[in-house]
Design a protein around this ligand. Sequence first.
Ligand code: AMP
Ligand code: MG
Length: 328
Amino acid sequence: MLYKREKQIAITAVAAAANLCEQVREERGAVAIAKPDFSPVTIADFGAQAVICQALSEAFPTDPVIAEEDSTLLRSPAMTQQLQQITNYVQVHLAGATPKVVTDWIDWGNGGIESRYWTLDPIDGTKGYLRGDQYAIALALVEAGEVKLGILGCPALPVDPKHPHGERGVIFVAVRGQGTTMIPLDGGEPHPIHVANSDAVGSRRLAESVESAHGNLARQEAVAQAAGLTETFLRIDSQAKYGLVARGEAALYIRLPSPQSIHRQENIWDHAAGAIVVEEAGGTVTDMYGQPLDFACGFQLVNNQGIVASNGAIHEAVLAAVAQTHEK
Ligand code: AMP
Ligand code: MG
């Protein structure tokens, strides 16, 4: 099976990072550290990146990793205490870790794009993580501009959508040409998942961001109405939205440029894992103009604008509705 070893190592690493994030949130509550660009980060973001980068550096030492965080902030004397806390949590998974090796592992994620690379968001949806809501650990392998493997850990997502207060924590796993499966984070058999067919409630439901500044809610909801999505919208943080489309809980995840940041370009780590999870579950992912997402041109999707991830059946109708709506 192609990518068998990559898949196994990536699943194990994402599961360890997911457990670290949950342990931090349970024991300490999530506390924001402000980054120089004012976006929030937590000790769990750094710990998760360290654990995953350590695994990738050991197993695939020649593969670059492009991850969201770096250790510059942590190396300042003012952050000694936080770096020690991160180290303590990393030690649960990697005995003997020191602050120095932890910062080195984090910075393993500062690689450059080559024809084969990994991309990682150690906590996608940090705002959701801080609120006690959804977030995702998103890891993908890209070759020649195409995502080949996507692992999406969603530690707070209910395992069974019919039991929203039941067991939580899943990992979505997609390999190009091999389908998408979902594995309970606590262990258990992977089982194949598929996008919603036309009879299911999920085939009439939209998923969009909680953060209104991250998109254009009015336009997104107008598009959804025009495409016949009449069920109550789901607002959830992170790439977990791709997971909802892939397992049929929603028919569409749409992200249109916010009027406040119309020229913002999407980061590769915010979409690579999620996109293949939807595609391999039978769905379709393009930008708002119907172009395929181009993962071959740097840290941002510079050739794309907006994201449309659907069950496939409604994709053309959604793109047509996007073309007909105005940018406000
Ligand atoms: P979501 O929960 O779907 O909004 O996804 C979280 C991601 O939104 C973060 O990883 C950020 O990279 C991204 N983000 C931050 N600011 C913006 C913005 N102004 N427009 C679109 N996305 C953003
Ligand atoms: Mg992110």
